[in-house]
Each structure stands twice: as C-alpha cells, then as structure tokens.
Design a protein around this ligand. Structure first.
Ligand code: FAD
Length: 358
C-alpha cells in the first residue's frame, strides 16, 4: 500500500493540468501526489479518436498550463498531435504518471482517508482528484427493436473512417459536433439520413467568450443543483461558418428528420403522420457520453437529481473529492482552469487549513 496526499485519477487534459498545478502548489511528485491512468500511453481520450479528426475540425484544443501546444498545422490528426504533446508535457514536468493503472473503486477508510483500489495494487490518500473524462462511457439511448437490426450499429467511439460505409445507407443519430462532422465525411461516400431529437442549434458568427460563459454557466447551475451535467462542448451549438458545416449545408446533408419511433430488421421507422421508413445498412449513434465515475460509487456521491451536487470543483458535501473535467469543466480550457483551482484548494485544505478554502 502506497500512501500520498492526493491521488489524481486520469491523465488527460484535466489530470495533467491538475498534476502540474499540484507540483506548483508544493505537493511532491510520488510522495505528495500520483496520477493513475488506465491507458497504455499518454494522450487521454485524444489517442482513441478517429483519424480524420484534425485540429482544424475541433472547436479548439487549448494549451496545457506552462507549455505551448505547437502542432505542425491544422490538418494534423488530433490522434497524433495531442498525444505527442501530452507525452512531452509529462516528460518536461516529470509528472508522476503511473500507467496502465485502472482504478476499480475508491473507498473511505476507518481513519477517514481514501483507499484507491486498482488493477496494480492500492494507494491511500487524503484527497482525490477524479479526472476520468467521459470517453469510456459512450451513451446509446434505447429504442424499440434495437436488437432486431441486422445491420451495423456503432457509437462515435467505434468510428474509424468514412470508407467503411462506402456505397451504404447510414442513419446518423445525434445533434452535436460529432454527428455533423461524421455526416459531412460519410455523405461523400455513402447516402445518409440525419436524425435528431431536437432541431439542431445553428450559430451564426463566431463563438465568442460571452457565448462560452453563457454555456458554462448553464452547466454550472445544473451541477450545483445535483442534476446530470449536459455537455459544454455539445451546448456550444453548430457554427455555420465552420468549413465542413458550410459545405454540408450546401449539399443538403443537414436536412434532419425527427427521432424515429422504432428500429426494424433493416431500417428505422416513424409511426405518426402516415408513417415513414428508411432502410439502413448502419446506424451511427453520435449520442454523447456520461461521466466515467463508476469507481466512485462506494463514496455514495450521487444525489436524488441523478448527478453529483458540486460546489466549484469539489463535491458539495466532500471538499476532499474534486471532479475536474466534469460538468462545466468538460472542455480543454475548462479542465485547465478547474485543475488549477482544485490544486489551490487542496493545498489550503491539506497544508494550510487555517486559510479560507477558496
Ligand atoms: P480524457 O481525455 O478522456 O482523459 C481521461 C483519462 O482518464 C484517460 O487517460 C483515461 O485512460 C483515464 N481513465 C478513465 N477511467 C479511468 C480509471 N477508472 N482509472 C484510471 N484512469 C482512468 N474540448 C475542447 O475544449 N475543444 C475541442 O475541440 C474538443 N473536441 C472534442 C471532440 C470530441 C469528439 C470529443 C468527444 C470531445 C471534445 N472535447 C473538446 C472535449 C475534450 O476532449 C475534453 O473535455 C477534455 O479533453 C478533457 O479531457 P479529460 O482529461 O477530462 O478526459
């Protein structure tokens, strides 16, 4: 059993910015804090994203604190450039990342610490920063007939390349950036139908700081009230000026249908208004994610609202458990800020308890 002040779980943008900040706040690597990461290599979720996701098609990947991200150009796949940057970051700041180490469960101990149970042994800690993102918990809603479908069903986490669908008819479900990006590329080699629960939110002009603050405030309010957080990246809406969106609009790729009622053996069907049927070879669920926090279940953090009630970056009733990259901080810039805020608060809580905690 290894004993530290803080265990950080996850080494994506959220975990690395927290680790950098903990070091700056005087926590010693290995004895003061460690980072446990389930992946085999640096890069967080970026190492698993589809190869055609380039920095030009993402919203924007912000620098981690203390080191500029200087990718060769906007057309470099994010799956290459971001992991290389994270690897350099871990090396440059000598961050104590242990991998692959998957955290299975976090428990409270009798002496009021935390016991972190992993597939590579146990750690104990005075505080936890959870930074496990969402990528490992893809969400697929349930629809009648889903198990009957004989074609291929996949979530965005399974998507590799448009060519896999050449000549087919693909139904893409979901109203966010992933759905539109994948529609844009699949529609070049296959016919497509776009289905969304609500009409998509198109945005003219630029997504400026005011718009960003508005979106973050909405998610912040949800987690303060203990509701499930929506996605910050999802709520930013679809910028009509983005080249792939402008192109898709012109080609009519984004003429959307409301959600179907059921799935059949070979397609999707609507029951109302005289009915409608669309034959499909594949259904691509671009329907988002849930927070990967199952390993925190023994701490009983979830409330009646289905989410975890938060106060800033920490759990409202448990100032020793921070969730970074969760809710309002689930973006690269949000994760940076939350990691720094969590580290500051943990120094005050664990090392300077007489100081106010904010
Ligand atoms: P991740 O990058 O997912 O890292 C989590 C880490 O935790 C992983 O390394 C994983 O191995 C580890 N982990 C998980 N479970 C365990 C466990 N039980 N034990 C140990 N380790 C564990 N944001 C932007 O700001 N701009 C964008 O352009 C943008 N584009 C996006 C595009 C897509 C397709 C998606 C899905 C998201 C996008 N986001 C974007 C959101 C952004 O990627 C994340 O919010 C941000 O990178 C923060 O990541 P994270 O560190 O919280 O999670």
């Amino acid at each position: 059993m290894r004993d530290v002040d803080v265990v950080v779980i996850g080494a994506g943008q959220a975990g690395l910015s927290t680790a950098w900040s903990l070091a700056r706040q005087g926590f010693a690597p290995e004895t003061g804090f460690v980072v446990l990461d389930a992946d085999d290599a640096p890069g967080g979720a970026w190492q698993h994203r589809w190869p055609s996701l380039t920095l030009g098609t993402t919203h924007r990947v912000h620098d981690l604190p203390g080191l500029r991200f200087e990718p060769p150009d906007d057309t470099t796949p994010a799956v290459d450039s971001v992991p290389a940057y994270f690897a350099e970051y871990e090396r440059r700041f000598d961050l104590p990342v242990h991998r692959p180490v998957r955290v299975r469960a976090v428990h409270r101990t009798d002496d009021d610490r935390f016991r972190v149970e992993t597939d590579a042994g146990e750690w104990t800690a005075r505080a936890i920063v959870n930074a496990t993102g969402t990528w490992t918990r893809p969400f697929v809603p349930r629809y009648p007939g889903q198990d009957l479908f004989r074609g291929r069903q996949l979530h965005t986490v399974d998507y590799r390349a448009a060519e896999d669908f050449a000549g087919q008819h693909v139904v893409v479900v979901g109203g966010g950036a992933s759905a539109t990006q994948l529609l844009g590329e699949i529609s070049r080699v296959a016919s497509t139908t776009w289905v969304t629960r609500r009409p998509p939110v198109w945005r003219d002009g630029v997504f400026d700081e005011d718009a960003g603050r508005e979106v973050v405030a909405k998610v912040e309010q949800a987690v303060r009230e203990g509701r499930r957080p929506g996605s910050v990246v999802g709520l930013t809406g679809l910028l009509v000026s983005t080249p792939y969106i402008a192109d898709g609009l012109e080609r009519g790729v984004f003429d959307r249908l409301p959600m179907f009622d059921r799935i059949t053996e070979d397609g999707v069907a609507w029951d109302g208004d005289g009915g409608r049927f669309v034959r499909a070879d594949a259904i691509l669920w671009a329907t988002g994610f849930r927070a990967a926090v199952q390993h925190l279940a023994p701490l009983h953090l979830r409330g009646a609202g289905g989410g975890i009630r938060m106060d800033g970056t920490h759990v409202a009733d448990e100032p020793r458990v921070h969730l970074v990259g969760y809710g309002p901080s689930a973006s690269t810039i949000g994760a940076n800020r939350a990691g720094q805020a969590a580290a500051r608060q943990l120094r005050r809580l664990l090392h300077d308890p007489e100081l106010p905690r904010t």
